[in-house]
Design a protein around this ligand. Structure first.
Ligand code: SF4
Length: 572
């Protein structure tokens, strides 16, 4: 009111609570005031706004205040909106885009100032001067806030679309689980699924064009794959949808689908529906055309179990094969032979097949050489996707070692176990604990034939009981760490170390805050607890140099080989 009467302008200077510290904000508020504007915090007006109809999932309290304040500023001619954004803040990859959309919707300017520890404010001063000039020009031209458009209704995948056999594009997370397994299971359940390519570096470039570059690497890769496929001209765009599995939780993963929708719209594919697959995790959306029926659950479970089995068998035998290509040929052969079982979802047949598969890999000819074993852990996409990790398994094998990659089912156990923890310690509903406990038991039951066949073999180890995995993490960190891979990441490292795999590559996407804490952040404690642990953290991002990653792996391999040599001297 006062601003209106005096014909003056105010700037809502939004920032996280720590941005109030002048050491952090470098005195930007004074700079704005010196430019002739009144300065307001987003807190001071947030209570006047609303947060309905946002594109994103509104899951953080600061973001909520931010969106509400932006709505008020967008509708008020005397207010402008400037947001402080710390360099590399991945969460702001979600909210800066959303705030910009709010301002654009009302034909208003949006200014985002990226700040870091550097106190050279020349660039920021220029931005504020430009903003002042733009405000002057718009005032002279009498540009008023006006709503230009309504937010589009999200396009959902419907039952009708399923009947019409829409093509569903599935980004490649883990080839050994998806190729001829998960895709077969979903197709047998009535979904016309197509796996996106295994090796496709171009998708990273496409992803960086359509996803905020502060978003995490897995989002950039997955969305890049989708957009690239849609641009390829191979698919009928009016009968194609994209799929994404969602775990939800405290980090950006909950906002995967809104990120996808924005990228699709910006790339000109706004009509393409998004199929969100989740086990009803809080905050993630449902998809009317995709339902978990019992036959689907059985088929998909069997597909993942076969994937885990092949991963164990192939990675443990291929580095020692007598004839090059022998193990891959055996794997391809079995992949074709298990197809009918993935389609029929029969656990009896699964049990029979598992025994025969383990027998075949147990007797495939091997050279008697000793190679160091290298465990591979990390954020789920970076761990399994060769696009993201520049084929870490191939690299380890080429460097003369054996890769040990933990089962993907472990991640599912982790997601379920968190429901149990939430009920016991964080007041979540009893029903979610019961649901999770039942599923955990069913998974254990389903894994049993695999475990028995592996234990009965000469070459392979059985599956570590889930209780032992949980117990392994407890001395290292609280099980309350449930964001990202949470406590499960160190639990996997403990499992590997206890099984004699002392060399571990711990991979995380650059900017993945949770996994830096529970991955890299735990290495010191693990080294203290497990003498001889050779742990190598490696960051992956769109620009990370492959040479750099390779050098780090080679450094770790040199220590691994030295350790192996010392071990054999001791034994001889
Ligand atoms: S865990 Fe890390 S990589 Fe995954 S969504 Fe969260 S921040 Fe991104």
């Amino acid at each position: 009111m006062m601003l209106k009467q005096k014909g003056e302008h105010g700037i809502v200077l939004a920032g996280r609570p720590y941005h109030l510290d002048p050491m952090i904000n470098h005195g930007i508020s004074q700079m704005i005031a010196a430019a002739g504007f009144h300065v307001l915090t987003e807190d001071s007006i947030a209570h006047l706004g609303d947060v309905r109809g946002l594109r994103v999932v509104n899951q953080w309290s600061y973001h909520s205040r931010l969106y509400a304040a932006a709505r008020i500023a967008a509708k008020t001619p005397e207010l402008e909106f400037v947001q402080l954004n710390s360099f590399g803040c991945g969460l702001d990859a979600i909210d800066t885009d959303q705030v910009e959309e709010i301002m654009n919707q009302y034909n208003r300017l949006y200014t985002c100032l990226k700040i870091d520890e550097g106190d050279n404010l020349g660039a920021i001063r220029i931005r504020i001067r430009s903003l002042k000039a733009a405000i002057k020009e718009r005032t002279e031209k009498q540009v008023r806030p006006e709503k230009l458009y309504d937010n589009p209704t999200p396009v959902k995948f419907t039952k009708e679309m399923k009947k019409q056999k829409y093509t569903l594009l599935l980004p490649m997370l883990s080839p050994i689980h998806q190729h001829k397994l998960v895709d077969v299971a979903l197709r047998a359940s009535g979904y016309n699924v197509v796996n996106l390519p295994v090796q496709d570096r171009r998708s990273v470039d496409v992803g960086t064009r359509f996803v905020n570059n502060d978003a995490c690497y897995p989002a950039i890769i997955s969305i890049g794959q989708m957009v690239e496929a849609l641009q390829s001209g191979k698919y009928d765009l009016d009968h194609t949808a994209v799929m994404m599995s969602q775990t939800g939780g405290g980090c950006r993963a909950t906002n995967y689908v809104p990120l996808i929708r924005k990228a699709l719209k910006d790339a000109g594919f706004g009509q393409v529906p998004v199929v969100s697959i989740s086990l009803g995790n809080q905050g993630v959306e449902t998809t009317p055309g995709f339902t978990f029926t019992l036959p689907l659950v059985k088929r998909v479970s069997i597909a993942f179990l076969y994937g885990d089995l092949f991963e164990r068998l192939v990675y443990h035998t291929r580095p020692y094969e007598v004839e090059k290509g022998q193990v891959n040929a055996l794997y391809e052969d079995w992949l074709n032979r298990v197809r009918p079982n993935v389609e029929n979802g029969s656990f009896k047949e699964f049990k029979r097949n598992v025994a025969a598969i383990v027998h075949d890999f147990d007797t495939v000819p091997q050279r008697s050489v000793v190679k160091p074993k290298v465990g591979v852990v990390g954020e789920i996409l970076v761990k399994y996707s060769p696009i993201a990790n520049n084929d870490i398994v191939g690299t380890i094998e080429a460097e003369g070692a054996e890769a040990v990659v933990p089962d993907i089912v472990g991640f599912m156990n982790y997601s379920l176990y968190n429901q149990v923890y939430r009920h016991r310690h964080l007041g979540a509903k009893k029903s979610s604990e019961i649901f999770a406990e039942v599923l955990l038991k069913l998974i254990r039951q389903a894994e049993k034939p695999m475990d028995e066949a592996l234990r009965a073999s000469d070459r392979f180890e059985g599956i570590t009981p889930w209780e032992d995995v949980v117990a392994g993490a407890k001395p290292v960190l609280s099980l309350g760490n449930m964001t990202g891979e949470g406590w499960f990441l160190p639990a996997e490292m403990v499992e590997l170390l206890r099984s004699g795999v002392n060399n571990i590559v711990c991979m995380q996407p650059f900017g993945c805050l949770p996994n830096h804490i529970v991955g890299k952040g735990m290495l010191k404690e693990l080294r203290r607890e497990y003498k001889g642990a050779n742990l190598m953290p490696i960051d992956y991002d769109p620009g990370a140099s492959v040479v750099n990653q390779l050098n780090r792996i080679r450094l770790m391999m040199a220590t691994a080989k030295k350790g192996l040599a010392q071990e054999s001297v001791k034994q001889s």
